[in-house]
Ligand binder design. Structure first.
Ligand code: PLP
Length: 354
């Protein structure tokens, strides 16, 4: 699939690669494709980056019928442009779409659109260690209509942002607050869909945790506040004794592509990896016994983010002396190495943008 490109006549200045924040600067172009009932997805094109004009009655403003994805493009030392498992983002897009009554998109078209917009703005990919081009595909319901039913018109868009490390401290360990009041997801809800509504509902908890000095939240299950689920915008891994544990995908947890990759990499290395329910009480008990060795978050934005402190009901657990554990270090080096071309991609996880 080849989309028409309208080039900008006023390219912007590139940001200082030493001072990149997360998600504040956007490139010169964006991808747009429309959906209309009866016509399907059509008119995919690349145009100069800029604002949209929309009717105030547009569905997405009122009922949040929208979804998003997130992946990154890296430039290798040899100057190749690489994407990490973009076909998984295409698959997940359609799972999210089905949950939110958004029409599905051909997975090949999704990946082609990502490749072509990245190629158009490839000179925006920063090359400094720890930096990348963040890719944000998203779909909004854009029919002007304020009754409640699925929209008959949508926009699929992709925007790009050169980014530095997600956390100001890079791979430095984070402090996480265990949330036992607010809930992110309940069985039957939208927890496994990547949609903005989940995030709007989580802001309050994040604000309160931040006010106490914590960078992120560990969510517990919505029924009993008993089982650990996810860390903010990423999946959670715990190492207790010699077992790597991550909660199972049973409907409330976002099926992370980083999560799936971590599981595979650690199994290959011979680790015992279990996808199983884990209670917060088992975690605190392991900490008392001295067998709670490591904890880290896994997600595209930060790749791997070690947890140095976990606070549950005023009890502060320092993990691995507040440092980066060997397992977190190994998975980070492996995944980041494959993404940036310094570790051989034996699994066919890389798509080169040509
Ligand atoms: C996107 C996301 C993740 C991580 O998924 P990746 O595919 O690894 O980036 C985890 N949890 C939530 C809630 C997310 O939105």
């Amino acid at each position: 699939m080849n989309f028409p490109v309208t080039k900008t006549t006023s390219p912007k200045a590139k940001p200082d690669p030493n001072n990149l924040k997360f998600g504040t600067v956007f490139t010169d172009h964006m991808f747009i494709m429309e959906y209309a009932e009866g016509k399907g997805w059509h008119d995919g094109r690349i145009v100069p980056y800029g604002p949209l004009q929309m009717d105030p009655a547009t569905v997405v403003f009122h009922y949040a019928q929208e979804m998003f994805e997130g992946l990154k493009a890296y430039k290798t030392k040899e100057g190749k442009v690489q994407l990490f498992r973009p076909e998984m983002n295409a698959k997940r897009t359609n799972k999210t779409n089905e949950r939110l009554c958004i029409p599905t998109i051909d997975e090949g078209v999704f990946v082609d659109a990502v490749c072509q917009i990245v190629k158009t703005d490839a000179d925006w990919i920063p090359e400094k260690e720890g930096t990348s081009l963040y890719i944000r595909p998203f779909i909004i319901a854009d029919e002007p209509f304020i009754g409640v039913r699925p929209s008959k018109h949508y926009k699929f868009m992709i925007i790009l942002s050169p980014v530095g490390p997600y956390y100001a401290g890079g791979l430095a360990p984070t402090k996480i607050f265990v949330e036992d009041k607010y809930v992110r997801a309940a069985l039957g809800g939208t927890g496994e869909a990547k949609c903005g509504g989940n995030y709007a509902a989580g802001l309050k908890a994040q604000e309160e945790a931040a006010a106490r000095g914590y960078e992120q939240i560990l969510w517990l299950d919505g029924m009993e506040r008993k089982y650990v689920e996810e860390i903010g915008t990423s999946n959670a891994f715990f190492i207790i004794d010699d077992e790597v544990i991550t909660p199972p995908l049973e409907g409330t947890i976002l099926p992370g592509i980083t999560r799936a990759s971590v599981i595979e990499i650690l199994k290959d290395k011979g680790h015992k990896v279990s996808e199983k329910k884990l209670t917060i009480d088992e975690v605190t008990a392991a900490h008392k016994k001295g067998t709670f060795r490591e904890m880290f978050a896994a997600g595209t934005a930060a790749v791997i983010s070690p947890v140095g402190e976990l606070c549950y009901k005023e009890e502060k657990m320092v993990i691995n002396g507040g440092g980066i554990g060997p397992v977190a270090r190994y998975v980070y080096d492996t995944i980041y190495g494959i993404q940036t071309g310094t570790v051989e991609d034996k699994k066919g996880w890389i798509t080169e943008v040509k």
